[in-house]
Design a protein around this ligand. Sequence first.
Ligand SMILES: Cc1ncc(COP(=O)(O)O)c(C=O)c1O
Length: 388
Amino acid sequence: MKLSARVKNVTASLTLAITAKAKKMRQEGIDVIDFGSGEPDFDTPDKIKDAAIKAIHDGLTKYTPASGTDALKKAICDKFQRDNNLSYRPSQIIVSCGAKHSIYNIIQAICDSGDEIIIPAPYWLSYPEMVNLAQGTPVFIDTDEKSGFKISADQLREAITKKTKALILNSPSNPTGSIYSIAELKDIAEEAVKNNILVISDEIYEKIIFNDRKYASMASINKEVFKNTIVVNGVSKSFAMTGWRIGYIASCADEIITAIKNLQSHSTSNPASISQAAALEAMSGNDSSVRDMVREFERRRDYIVRRVNSVNGLSCLKPEGAFYIFCKIEKKGLTGIKLSERLLEEALVAVIPGEPFGSNRHIRLSFATSMDNIHNGMDRIEKWFGAN
Ligand SMILES: Cc1ncc(COP(=O)(O)O)c(C=O)c1O
């Protein structure tokens, strides 16, 4: 069977092998502690589930408009106004099957063969693959602990060429947890506007931020930036709704919105009608469940950061958002993959290697797991480093 060149170039997930192995070990009764999770370990709040059940009973089980129901788009506009001081019209919103699908659609819509998309590294592992699938070229800007894993406007300027189409910015970031300040966003956005490149702002972790910090959306910097930015967000992380598959984009560029609507209408059509009804409830503005979850994440973050930094062989910055610790491997001769394999086999702890995020000198630990697991898992990691 001759597969398309496009698909052949998509790399298999490096994380898959290690998570599959951890799962197999657990099935065999081996007590593996899992720091790999990419989703909240909290349940979807009851009132959201109830809204979905009601939608089923009310017969909301048919096709909706391909880009989402009017009610949900209106609620998303209200959310942008309330949380981000941004004024979108429902016609400027497209609801898709998760934020991943939203980003995929955007890249398909804007990227031609040879176009360059700038991606700060470390990055969320799907961005480069999505660019490759659109036959574009991912261009990475390396960052490290010194800059808090953030790019500067100068770095952006240097990376821009005639072929540059867009920058993907993810704040709070998976895997580093870093958040750009308003001043940093402004510098980067102005550089993007000056060079006429789009900013795709992935704001999926917007609500998972710590120390009572106030979130600033890239699109809220000023009017020009608003026009130049495509915002991506969704309910997956904030409302513990990863399985429901609802993400959305907002853009005041009519051309882009129309192109994505057309693309979506011929591919997935609408996201599940029942999930849209559930997301409508999530968007109601009552964020008390989110606040409870974030408080617990913050408690775990403080604990795990302290533990990681007391391990002789690992170090990490304190993430400002999301639920991951991106740990630097301070021990010579160990790559992320090698360390992940050894921790799984020898310490019975599953972590994600840094390689798929663009660094072979890091591992990612998720604290979307219980305090007990974090406590016991860190004991095992500490013991392993003590003996190796
Ligand atoms: C940075 C980032 N963007 C987007 C997504 C995709 O979210 P969704 O589950 O809504 O597709 C994820 C999920 O892990 C993520 O970490």
